[in-house]
Design a protein around this ligand. Structure first.
Ligand code: SAH
Length: 369
Protein backbone atom coordinates (compact mmCIF):
# COMPACT_ATOMS: atom_id res chain seq x y z
CA UNK A 1 0.00 0.00 0.00
CA UNK A 2 1.26 3.42 -0.84
CA UNK A 3 0.52 5.92 1.87
CA UNK A 4 2.33 8.40 4.06
CA UNK A 5 2.44 6.14 7.09
CA UNK A 6 3.92 3.22 5.29
CA UNK A 7 6.07 4.83 2.61
CA UNK A 8 7.70 2.88 -0.17
CA UNK A 9 11.48 2.97 -0.33
CA UNK A 10 12.78 4.08 -3.74
CA UNK A 11 15.88 1.93 -3.15
CA UNK A 12 13.69 -1.14 -3.53
CA UNK A 13 13.01 -0.34 -7.20
CA UNK A 14 15.14 -1.50 -10.10
CA UNK A 15 14.50 -0.05 -13.54
CA UNK A 16 11.60 -2.35 -14.40
CA UNK A 17 9.84 -1.81 -11.10
CA UNK A 18 10.50 1.92 -11.20
CA UNK A 19 8.86 2.13 -14.62
CA UNK A 20 5.82 0.32 -13.20
CA UNK A 21 5.72 2.73 -10.31
CA UNK A 22 5.89 5.71 -12.67
CA UNK A 23 3.00 4.37 -14.70
CA UNK A 24 0.96 3.78 -11.54
CA UNK A 25 1.59 7.43 -10.71
CA UNK A 26 0.49 8.53 -14.17
CA UNK A 27 4.00 9.51 -15.30
CA UNK A 28 5.84 8.67 -18.53
CA UNK A 29 8.15 5.63 -18.38
CA UNK A 30 11.29 7.73 -19.01
CA UNK A 31 10.83 9.32 -15.60
CA UNK A 32 12.03 6.01 -14.17
CA UNK A 33 15.58 6.49 -15.43
CA UNK A 34 15.59 10.09 -14.24
CA UNK A 35 14.56 9.07 -10.75
CA UNK A 36 17.14 6.25 -10.69
CA UNK A 37 19.88 8.69 -11.65
CA UNK A 38 18.88 11.17 -9.00
CA UNK A 39 18.78 8.50 -6.35
CA UNK A 40 21.83 6.41 -7.14
CA UNK A 41 24.16 8.69 -9.08
CA UNK A 42 23.55 12.02 -7.39
CA UNK A 43 22.36 10.85 -3.99
CA UNK A 44 19.63 13.50 -4.26
CA UNK A 45 16.54 13.82 -2.11
CA UNK A 46 13.14 13.74 -3.79
CA UNK A 47 12.92 17.49 -3.43
CA UNK A 48 16.21 17.95 -5.27
CA UNK A 49 15.04 16.11 -8.41
CA UNK A 50 14.88 19.33 -10.35
CA UNK A 51 13.87 18.01 -13.76
CA UNK A 52 10.64 16.63 -12.30
CA UNK A 53 7.67 18.93 -11.88
CA UNK A 54 7.06 20.36 -8.45
CA UNK A 55 3.65 18.70 -8.33
CA UNK A 56 5.15 15.30 -9.10
CA UNK A 57 7.89 15.70 -6.51
CA UNK A 58 5.22 16.63 -4.00
CA UNK A 59 3.20 13.56 -4.90
CA UNK A 60 6.26 11.32 -4.73
CA UNK A 61 7.37 12.60 -1.34
CA UNK A 62 3.96 11.84 0.07
CA UNK A 63 4.30 8.16 -0.66
CA UNK A 64 8.03 7.46 -0.92
CA UNK A 65 11.31 7.80 0.94
CA UNK A 66 14.94 7.09 0.10
CA UNK A 67 16.12 5.08 3.06
CA UNK A 68 19.43 3.21 2.97
CA UNK A 69 20.67 1.24 5.98
CA UNK A 70 22.35 3.62 8.36
CA UNK A 71 26.12 3.42 8.84
CA UNK A 72 26.55 3.04 12.57
CA UNK A 73 30.26 2.38 12.71
CA UNK A 74 33.25 2.61 10.47
CA UNK A 75 36.63 0.94 10.85
CA UNK A 76 39.61 1.55 8.63
CA UNK A 77 42.34 -1.07 8.45
CA UNK A 78 46.03 -0.25 8.21
CA UNK A 79 45.89 -1.48 4.58
CA UNK A 80 43.07 0.93 3.68
CA UNK A 81 40.26 -1.61 3.86
CA UNK A 82 37.09 -0.02 5.26
CA UNK A 83 34.46 -1.90 7.13
CA UNK A 84 31.07 -0.46 7.88
CA UNK A 85 28.52 -1.77 10.26
CA UNK A 86 25.09 -0.96 8.88
CA UNK A 87 21.93 -1.02 10.89
CA UNK A 88 19.22 -3.22 9.44
CA UNK A 89 15.80 -2.65 10.97
CA UNK A 90 15.55 -2.36 14.73
CA UNK A 91 17.77 -5.14 15.96
CA UNK A 92 20.17 -6.29 13.31
CA UNK A 93 23.41 -5.17 11.73
CA UNK A 94 25.31 -6.33 8.68
CA UNK A 95 28.80 -5.57 7.55
CA UNK A 96 29.96 -4.15 4.26
CA UNK A 97 33.65 -4.09 3.38
CA UNK A 98 35.52 -1.93 0.85
CA UNK A 99 38.90 -3.18 -0.39
CA UNK A 100 40.94 -0.61 -2.33
CA UNK A 101 43.64 -1.89 -4.68
CA UNK A 102 45.83 -0.14 -7.23
CA UNK A 103 43.61 -0.84 -10.18
CA UNK A 104 40.20 -1.33 -8.57
CA UNK A 105 38.02 -0.96 -5.52
CA UNK A 106 35.97 -3.94 -4.47
CA UNK A 107 32.90 -3.71 -2.31
CA UNK A 108 31.90 -6.85 -0.45
CA UNK A 109 28.14 -6.79 0.13
CA UNK A 110 25.93 -8.84 2.47
CA UNK A 111 22.67 -10.48 1.37
CA UNK A 112 21.24 -11.81 4.65
CA UNK A 113 21.51 -11.12 8.35
CA UNK A 114 23.45 -14.18 9.44
CA UNK A 115 23.39 -17.37 7.40
CA UNK A 116 21.58 -20.69 7.60
CA UNK A 117 24.16 -22.85 5.83
CA UNK A 118 26.47 -23.56 8.73
CA UNK A 119 29.77 -23.98 6.91
CA UNK A 120 32.17 -25.29 9.53
CA UNK A 121 34.97 -22.76 8.87
CA UNK A 122 32.88 -19.56 8.61
CA UNK A 123 32.30 -17.15 11.47
CA UNK A 124 28.98 -15.91 10.10
CA UNK A 125 27.64 -19.44 10.67
CA UNK A 126 28.16 -19.05 14.43
CA UNK A 127 25.45 -16.42 14.64
CA UNK A 128 22.78 -18.45 12.85
CA UNK A 129 20.21 -17.02 10.45
CA UNK A 130 18.14 -13.97 11.24
CA UNK A 131 16.51 -12.77 8.02
CA UNK A 132 16.79 -11.87 4.36
CA UNK A 133 17.78 -8.36 3.39
CA UNK A 134 15.41 -6.37 1.20
CA UNK A 135 16.57 -5.01 -2.16
CA UNK A 136 16.86 -1.58 -0.51
CA UNK A 137 19.06 -3.00 2.22
CA UNK A 138 21.33 -4.71 -0.32
CA UNK A 139 21.70 -1.88 -2.85
CA UNK A 140 21.67 0.54 0.10
CA UNK A 141 25.07 -0.83 1.13
CA UNK A 142 26.44 0.23 -2.27
CA UNK A 143 24.61 3.56 -2.04
CA UNK A 144 26.15 4.26 1.36
CA UNK A 145 29.66 3.09 0.47
CA UNK A 146 29.76 5.22 -2.69
CA UNK A 147 28.58 8.27 -0.77
CA UNK A 148 30.94 7.71 2.13
CA UNK A 149 33.97 7.18 -0.10
CA UNK A 150 33.26 10.28 -2.17
CA UNK A 151 33.39 12.35 1.01
CA UNK A 152 37.10 11.58 1.17
CA UNK A 153 39.43 13.91 -0.69
CA UNK A 154 41.38 11.17 -2.41
CA UNK A 155 38.28 10.43 -4.42
CA UNK A 156 40.10 9.18 -7.52
CA UNK A 157 41.58 6.08 -5.89
CA UNK A 158 38.62 5.35 -3.65
CA UNK A 159 35.96 4.25 -6.03
CA UNK A 160 33.78 1.23 -6.14
CA UNK A 161 34.63 -0.52 -9.42
CA UNK A 162 33.65 -4.08 -8.45
CA UNK A 163 30.99 -5.63 -6.25
CA UNK A 164 31.18 -9.12 -4.79
CA UNK A 165 28.22 -10.70 -3.04
CA UNK A 166 30.60 -12.29 -0.55
CA UNK A 167 29.55 -10.67 2.69
CA UNK A 168 27.19 -12.27 5.13
CA UNK A 169 24.57 -14.70 3.91
CA UNK A 170 23.83 -16.99 0.99
CA UNK A 171 22.65 -14.73 -1.86
CA UNK A 172 20.92 -17.54 -3.74
CA UNK A 173 18.60 -18.10 -0.79
CA UNK A 174 17.41 -14.51 -1.22
CA UNK A 175 17.13 -14.36 -5.00
CA UNK A 176 13.94 -12.26 -5.11
CA UNK A 177 15.69 -9.37 -3.42
CA UNK A 178 19.21 -9.99 -4.68
CA UNK A 179 18.39 -10.00 -8.42
CA UNK A 180 16.92 -6.45 -8.54
CA UNK A 181 19.90 -5.24 -6.51
CA UNK A 182 22.27 -6.85 -9.05
CA UNK A 183 20.41 -5.14 -11.90
CA UNK A 184 20.84 -1.79 -10.21
CA UNK A 185 24.57 -2.41 -9.79
CA UNK A 186 24.79 -2.99 -13.56
CA UNK A 187 22.25 -0.37 -14.67
CA UNK A 188 23.81 2.58 -16.51
CA UNK A 189 21.36 4.84 -14.75
CA UNK A 190 22.45 3.57 -11.35
CA UNK A 191 25.98 2.17 -10.77
CA UNK A 192 26.82 1.11 -14.34
CA UNK A 193 29.20 -1.73 -13.45
CA UNK A 194 29.87 -4.30 -16.15
CA UNK A 195 28.60 -7.84 -15.66
CA UNK A 196 32.19 -8.99 -15.26
CA UNK A 197 32.67 -6.73 -12.29
CA UNK A 198 29.67 -7.91 -10.30
CA UNK A 199 30.15 -11.36 -8.77
CA UNK A 200 27.71 -13.51 -6.91
CA UNK A 201 29.26 -16.16 -4.68
CA UNK A 202 27.29 -19.23 -3.70
CA UNK A 203 27.97 -22.26 -1.58
CA UNK A 204 26.21 -24.29 -4.27
CA UNK A 205 22.44 -24.13 -3.93
CA UNK A 206 22.04 -25.92 -7.24
CA UNK A 207 18.34 -25.32 -8.18
CA UNK A 208 18.76 -21.62 -7.49
CA UNK A 209 21.86 -21.54 -9.67
CA UNK A 210 19.63 -22.63 -12.56
CA UNK A 211 17.28 -19.78 -11.67
CA UNK A 212 20.09 -17.24 -11.44
CA UNK A 213 21.35 -18.28 -14.88
CA UNK A 214 17.97 -17.24 -16.30
CA UNK A 215 17.60 -14.07 -14.26
CA UNK A 216 20.99 -12.40 -14.25
CA UNK A 217 24.22 -12.28 -16.16
CA UNK A 218 26.64 -11.57 -13.35
CA UNK A 219 29.93 -13.36 -12.79
CA UNK A 220 29.71 -16.47 -10.66
CA UNK A 221 31.89 -17.77 -7.85
CA UNK A 222 31.32 -21.12 -6.18
CA UNK A 223 32.56 -21.85 -2.68
CA UNK A 224 33.96 -25.30 -3.33
CA UNK A 225 36.50 -25.88 -0.53
CA UNK A 226 36.68 -29.66 -0.95
CA UNK A 227 37.24 -31.99 -3.91
CA UNK A 228 35.10 -34.92 -2.73
CA UNK A 229 31.65 -35.34 -1.20
CA UNK A 230 32.79 -36.81 2.08
CA UNK A 231 34.94 -33.81 2.97
CA UNK A 232 32.57 -31.27 1.44
CA UNK A 233 29.65 -32.64 3.48
CA UNK A 234 31.67 -31.73 6.53
CA UNK A 235 32.89 -28.29 5.44
CA UNK A 236 29.90 -27.08 3.40
CA UNK A 237 26.90 -29.06 4.72
CA UNK A 238 24.58 -27.92 1.91
CA UNK A 239 26.58 -30.45 -0.11
CA UNK A 240 24.52 -33.23 1.48
CA UNK A 241 21.51 -31.81 -0.35
CA UNK A 242 23.29 -30.91 -3.59
CA UNK A 243 26.35 -33.14 -3.98
CA UNK A 244 29.31 -32.44 -6.23
CA UNK A 245 27.94 -34.34 -9.23
CA UNK A 246 24.91 -32.03 -9.41
CA UNK A 247 27.01 -28.97 -8.67
CA UNK A 248 29.52 -29.79 -11.39
CA UNK A 249 26.74 -30.50 -13.90
CA UNK A 250 25.44 -26.96 -13.67
CA UNK A 251 28.94 -25.48 -13.53
CA UNK A 252 29.91 -27.22 -16.76
CA UNK A 253 26.98 -25.61 -18.57
CA UNK A 254 26.53 -22.38 -16.68
CA UNK A 255 28.10 -19.99 -19.18
CA UNK A 256 27.69 -20.12 -22.92
CA UNK A 257 30.81 -22.00 -24.15
CA UNK A 258 31.41 -19.30 -26.76
CA UNK A 259 31.55 -16.58 -24.14
CA UNK A 260 34.83 -17.81 -22.64
CA UNK A 261 33.52 -16.83 -19.23
CA UNK A 262 34.73 -18.90 -16.31
CA UNK A 263 33.43 -19.75 -12.88
CA UNK A 264 35.71 -18.87 -9.98
CA UNK A 265 36.03 -21.75 -7.54
CA UNK A 266 36.89 -20.57 -4.06
CA UNK A 267 38.94 -22.99 -2.01
CA UNK A 268 39.79 -22.08 1.57
CA UNK A 269 43.10 -23.53 2.72
CA UNK A 270 42.64 -25.48 5.95
CA UNK A 271 45.78 -26.91 7.49
CA UNK A 272 45.85 -30.69 7.19
CA UNK A 273 42.18 -30.84 6.16
CA UNK A 274 41.84 -30.14 2.42
CA UNK A 275 45.34 -29.04 1.44
CA UNK A 276 47.21 -32.27 0.70
CA UNK A 277 48.63 -33.46 -2.61
CA UNK A 278 45.83 -36.00 -2.92
CA UNK A 279 43.29 -33.15 -2.63
CA UNK A 280 45.03 -31.20 -5.38
CA UNK A 281 44.86 -34.29 -7.59
CA UNK A 282 41.17 -34.83 -6.83
CA UNK A 283 40.45 -31.16 -7.49
CA UNK A 284 42.16 -31.30 -10.86
CA UNK A 285 40.06 -34.32 -11.81
CA UNK A 286 36.86 -32.72 -10.53
CA UNK A 287 37.35 -29.55 -12.58
CA UNK A 288 38.21 -31.31 -15.81
CA UNK A 289 35.99 -29.93 -18.57
CA UNK A 290 34.65 -27.15 -16.34
CA UNK A 291 35.43 -23.58 -17.44
CA UNK A 292 37.13 -22.79 -14.16
CA UNK A 293 39.60 -20.62 -12.37
CA UNK A 294 40.58 -21.37 -8.82
CA UNK A 295 41.05 -18.86 -6.03
CA UNK A 296 42.88 -20.27 -3.01
CA UNK A 297 41.81 -18.42 0.13
CA UNK A 298 44.12 -18.39 3.14
CA UNK A 299 41.85 -19.33 6.06
CA UNK A 300 41.13 -16.45 8.41
CA UNK A 301 40.90 -17.54 12.01
CA UNK A 302 38.22 -16.38 14.41
CA UNK A 303 37.64 -17.10 18.10
CA UNK A 304 36.43 -20.64 18.71
CA UNK A 305 37.41 -22.15 15.37
CA UNK A 306 39.04 -25.57 15.23
CA UNK A 307 40.88 -24.85 11.99
CA UNK A 308 44.19 -23.29 11.16
CA UNK A 309 45.45 -21.82 7.94
CA UNK A 310 47.74 -23.90 5.73
CA UNK A 311 51.30 -22.53 5.95
CA UNK A 312 52.17 -20.24 3.04
CA UNK A 313 54.73 -22.56 1.38
CA UNK A 314 52.16 -25.34 1.27
CA UNK A 315 49.53 -23.03 -0.24
CA UNK A 316 52.08 -22.18 -2.93
CA UNK A 317 52.83 -25.85 -3.48
CA UNK A 318 49.10 -26.57 -3.86
CA UNK A 319 48.85 -23.69 -6.34
CA UNK A 320 51.80 -25.03 -8.37
CA UNK A 321 50.15 -28.45 -8.65
CA UNK A 322 46.98 -26.90 -10.04
CA UNK A 323 48.91 -24.59 -12.36
CA UNK A 324 50.89 -27.55 -13.70
CA UNK A 325 47.58 -29.17 -14.66
CA UNK A 326 46.63 -26.05 -16.60
CA UNK A 327 44.23 -24.61 -14.04
CA UNK A 328 44.33 -20.85 -13.73
CA UNK A 329 44.96 -20.53 -9.97
CA UNK A 330 45.46 -17.47 -7.80
CA UNK A 331 46.00 -16.98 -4.07
CA UNK A 332 43.72 -14.39 -2.50
CA UNK A 333 45.46 -11.55 -0.75
CA UNK A 334 44.20 -11.31 2.79
CA UNK A 335 43.02 -7.81 3.48
CA UNK A 336 41.57 -6.04 6.45
CA UNK A 337 42.08 -8.85 8.93
CA UNK A 338 43.17 -6.43 11.65
CA UNK A 339 39.57 -5.19 11.65
CA UNK A 340 37.99 -8.63 11.18
CA UNK A 341 36.89 -7.54 7.73
CA UNK A 342 38.41 -10.52 5.98
CA UNK A 343 36.39 -13.40 4.51
CA UNK A 344 34.41 -15.36 7.03
CA UNK A 345 35.11 -12.90 9.81
CA UNK A 346 31.96 -10.89 9.43
CA UNK A 347 29.73 -11.21 12.44
CA UNK A 348 27.12 -8.53 12.50
CA UNK A 349 25.95 -8.23 16.06
CA UNK A 350 27.67 -6.39 18.85
CA UNK A 351 26.44 -8.95 21.33
CA UNK A 352 28.54 -11.63 19.70
CA UNK A 353 31.76 -9.78 19.95
CA UNK A 354 34.64 -11.13 21.96
CA UNK A 355 37.06 -9.10 24.04
CA UNK A 356 39.27 -8.76 21.03
CA UNK A 357 36.42 -7.35 19.04
CA UNK A 358 35.61 -4.95 21.86
CA UNK A 359 39.17 -3.65 21.82
CA UNK A 360 38.97 -3.18 18.08
CA UNK A 361 35.68 -1.38 18.39
CA UNK A 362 37.26 1.27 20.60
CA UNK A 363 39.23 2.34 17.59
CA UNK A 364 36.24 2.88 15.38
CA UNK A 365 35.00 6.24 14.32
CA UNK A 366 31.39 6.90 15.03
CA UNK A 367 29.88 8.35 11.90
CA UNK A 368 26.33 8.76 13.07
CA UNK A 369 23.65 7.19 15.17
N1 SAH B 1 27.32 -17.93 1.10
C1 SAH B 1 28.08 -17.49 -0.05
C2 SAH B 1 28.51 -16.06 0.09
C3 SAH B 1 29.52 -15.81 1.21
S1 SAH B 1 31.03 -15.67 0.43
C4 SAH B 1 29.20 -18.45 -0.29
O1 SAH B 1 29.40 -19.36 0.51
O2 SAH B 1 29.85 -18.36 -1.32
C5 SAH B 1 32.20 -15.74 1.61
C6 SAH B 1 33.44 -16.42 1.07
O3 SAH B 1 34.41 -16.46 2.12
C7 SAH B 1 33.15 -17.85 0.71
O4 SAH B 1 33.96 -18.35 -0.30
C8 SAH B 1 33.46 -18.51 2.02
O5 SAH B 1 33.59 -19.85 1.86
C9 SAH B 1 34.73 -17.79 2.42
N2 SAH B 1 35.02 -17.91 3.84
C10 SAH B 1 34.15 -18.14 4.83
N3 SAH B 1 34.77 -18.23 6.00
C11 SAH B 1 36.09 -18.04 5.78
C12 SAH B 1 37.25 -17.99 6.61
N4 SAH B 1 37.16 -18.14 7.93
N5 SAH B 1 38.42 -17.74 6.03
C13 SAH B 1 38.50 -17.55 4.70
N6 SAH B 1 37.45 -17.59 3.87
C14 SAH B 1 36.25 -17.83 4.39
Amino acid sequence: MMNAENPINLLDFDRVKMAELMSQLGEKPFRATQVLQWVHQYGASIDEMSNLSKAFRQKLSEIAVIRPPEIIHEQISSDGTCKWLMRIGEHDNVETVFIPEDDRGTLCVSSQVGCALNCSFCSTATQGFSRNLSTAEIIGQVYQAVRRLSQDNKKHDRQVTNVVMMGMGEPLLNLDNVVPALSLMMDDFAYGLSKRRVTLSTSGVVPNMYQLKELSDVALAVSLHAPNDELRNELVPVNKKYPLKELMDICRNYFDPNSRRRITFEYVMLDGVNDQTKHAKELIRLLEGVPAKVNLIPFNTFPGTKYQCTPRPLIEKFQKQLLAAGLNTTIRKTRGDDIDGACGQLVGRFADRTKRRERMLKKIVVVSG
